[in-house]
Design a protein around this ligand. Sequence first.
Ligand SMILES: NC(=O)c1ccc[n+]([C@@H]2O[C@H](COP(=O)([O-])OP(=O)(O)OC[C@H]3O[C@@H](n4cnc5c(N)ncnc54)[C@H](O)[C@@H]3O)[C@@H](O)[C@H]2O)c1
Length: 312
Amino acid sequence: MTGMLEGRVAIVTGGGRGIGAGVARLMAAQGAKVVVNDLGVALDGTGADKGPADEVVEEIKKAGGEAVVNGNDVSDFTAAEAMVRQAIDTYGQLDVLVNVAGILRDRMVFNMNEEDWDSVIRVHLRGTFNTVRHASAYWRELRNPDAHHRIINFTSGSGLHGAPGQPNYAAAKMGIVGLTYSCANALGRYGVTANAIAPGAATRMTESIPEGRRRAPAPQNATDERSPDNVAPAVAYLASERSDWCTGQVLSARGYEIGLYNVPQVIRQIASPGPWDLETAARMMESSFAPALGQRGGGFGQGQGGGGGGRS
Ligand SMILES: NC(=O)c1ccc[n+]([C@@H]2O[C@H](COP(=O)([O-])OP(=O)(O)OC[C@H]3O[C@@H](n4cnc5c(N)ncnc54)[C@H](O)[C@@H]3O)[C@@H](O)[C@H]2O)c1
């Protein structure tokens, strides 16, 4: 069997369940040797169980692929370093880092406590930084501008579109976009691309959204359009040597659709010949910017209150 990822070594964090498990299985089926990381926590980040990661590794091996388990916490800096070291010690190299691990603690911003804020930021944003930090230090040491090293982070429509009931998660996921852009600019000279995926799939994460706000019921089998396995092909392609052309991008992967987001840019500009007079600034902003946003404030602020916001 020769797959698109033959000879490549990958880490998939959060690889024990949901989208991460689908990514780990497809990457292994395409020839990658995979470190399947998962702390095996509950949706809110509590507890720990190596079982889910063990099961995915067993499945991969049964199907003829190569994989090892890593049960570390991505939000622990030293444990993330050990994960990167495990990939290099076990398989001799590391080519691809896929950061999928995540938790949810949904509350409206006016009800959120510090612990729910910190724990979500810690797992998503700090966790993504931790693994990127250690993998990029390793790739920098190699000093190979022609390498095909890959960082693939997971962001969310919750951040990109601002889910009202997920302020902590939305902030963490947009932090990951900034980190991804920064890495794309910083690491290109070492042969590293950095991209982010905004997925959509029926997993326990979307099951936590109140039923009335869900877009579709959980899928019954892998052929269902909302299966987490449908996110994996976009990730596996970005992980391959063929995707050198793609860096600093956010892609959506949901059902049978893969999308390319734009990179934010200034769409209207007004200028003053000197320091702004407040009334002039107000009038020019109202006459130039307000029409560009239309009546609904560019899609923000109308009829979005309450609940988890329908995205994860
Ligand atoms: N499901 C969706 O529609 C959706 C939408 C947007 C974004 N996402 C993002 O996609 C990713 C995967 O989501 P999912 O729906 O498969 O969720 P999931 O809950 O099924 O899987 C997440 C996995 O991450 C693991 N994990 C959590 N904290 C960890 C830690 N500290 N260290 C190591 N592992 C840890 C969990 O044990 C779990 O197995 C997440 O980053 C999520 O935010 C999902």
